[in-house]
Design a protein around this ligand. Structure first.
Ligand SMILES: NC(=O)c1ccc[n+]([C@@H]2O[C@H](COP(=O)([O-])OP(=O)(O)OC[C@H]3O[C@@H](n4cnc5c(N)ncnc54)[C@H](OP(=O)(O)O)[C@@H]3O)[C@@H](O)[C@H]2O)c1
Length: 329
């Protein structure tokens, strides 16, 4: 079942409200298979990032679909992101071009600054962050105006149809807005039933910024990622076992995941659940044939936990918390 709802960006572009996320795919074969399944099922919105190191296999599949005539480029909405090692005015264009080369595309639909903290770039170094002798090599305070100017140049050059932000807080978005010639079209942040981010959503609405919810299922696989990064695992909020959502799901003959995703669409945000499991990829997009009523929505609103339910605090990245632009203080 195809995604039937979309958000309209300030440029007039339509972003399908349900897309597929691709963070932490194991290898090229896995992500290629997942994207093929997703496209067959009607997904037209794909979220990737330079740091996920899977732009190349994703681009390969997209181009196969386009060259075989099954899809046109304009049928797709592709988002990728400037890595933390690119958060410097001198490196925005370089990383934008690297992503386009990886994706084998002339343009992306949306280019986001992944995180408001910059790390030094070392040729041949880590794709994620830079550390030397155990010391994090961060850039000094982020020059939001200068970086945003470089992002705007990517639109001027036709490399990105729209540009936006990810993991920025209200004060940081306000700073960007002050100098923006092209206003941010989108904010991508963690949002799910336990972390609803109501103030941030209200702020974005007032400022004409569309919002995409990442980790919309509160990423049940996150501890595997922490382990891989050598970090301590922690108790994570468990949306999929929530009895309140289970009851609503039963009423609509849907799954807990489907209700959790439908809730996000009905509060006006897009969602990009990640899955490499064909059955779940199908489950996650089969949310356009039911409607949560007022009572359901009230019960779901009441599940708000707030900050303690945040999964992605980025603290696995050495030195990030100490940076003046760490957004989640
Ligand atoms: N901008 C940012 O900083 C940022 C940060 C985090 C994420 N993101 C983006 O947002 C996407 C989604 O977030 P996420 O990957 O963190 O978390 P998520 O989508 O909430 O959860 C993904 C996890 O849930 C499992 N899953 C998916 N559908 C399921 C279902 N119907 N039932 C049970 N389990 C299910 C997946 O397993 P399987 O894959 O094994 O099926 C995977 O382990 C990412 O992939 C990425 O594209 C962006």
């Amino acid at each position: 079942m195809a995604s039937k709802i979309s958000l309209t960006l300030p440029s007039g572009q339509k972003m399908p409200a349900l897309g597929i996320g691709t963070f932490e795919t194991k290898n090229d074969e896995e992500v290629e298979a997942a994207i093929n399944v997703a496209l067959e099922l009607g997904y037209r919105h794909i979220d990737t990032a330079f740091v996920y190191q899977n732009e190349r296999p994703i681009g390969k599949v997209i181009n196969q679909w386009i060259s075989s005539g099954k899809l046109k480029r304009q049928d797709l909405f592709i988002t990728t992101k400037l890595p933390l090692i690119g958060v410097h005015p001198d490196r925005v264009e370089m990383f934008m071009k690297k992503s386009l080369e990886n994706l084998q595309l002339d343009y992306v639909d949306l280019y986001l600054i992944h995180f408001p903290v910059g790390y030094k770039y070392q040729e041949g170094g880590s794709h994620m962050f830079s550390v030397e002798n155990g010391v994090a090599l961060t850039e000094p305070k982020t020059d939001h105006a200068a970086i945003w100017k470089k992002m705007e140049e990517q639109v001027d050059a036709g490399r990105a149809k729209s540009i936006g932000l990810s993991n920025y807080n209200i004060s940081q978005i306000t700073t960007v807005l002050k100098s923006a010639r092209i206003r941010p079209a989108n904010l991508q942040v963690e949002i799910h039933v336990y972390l609803q981010q109501r103030n941030l959503l209200e702020f974005c609405k007032k400022n004409g910024i569309t919002v995409v919810a990442y980790s919309p299922l509160a990423n049940p696989g996150f501890n595997k990622f922490l382990e891989k990064m050598g970090s301590k695992t922690r108790q994570l909020p468990d949306i999929l076992s929530d009895p309140v959502i289970a009851k609503i799901a039963q009423k609509h003959k849907k799954t807990v995941a489907q209700v959790a995703l439908r809730f996000l669409l009905q509060i006006g945000v897009a969602a990009i659940p990640k899955s490499v499991t064909p059955k779940r990829i199908e489950e996650n997009i089969s949310i356009f044939d039911f409607n949560l009523d007022e009572k359901d929505m009230k019960a779901l609103y009441d599940l708000e936990v707030g900050e303690p339910a945040r999964i992605a605090d980025f603290k696995v990245i050495p030195g990030v918390e100490k940076h003046p632009d760490y957004p989640m203080k």
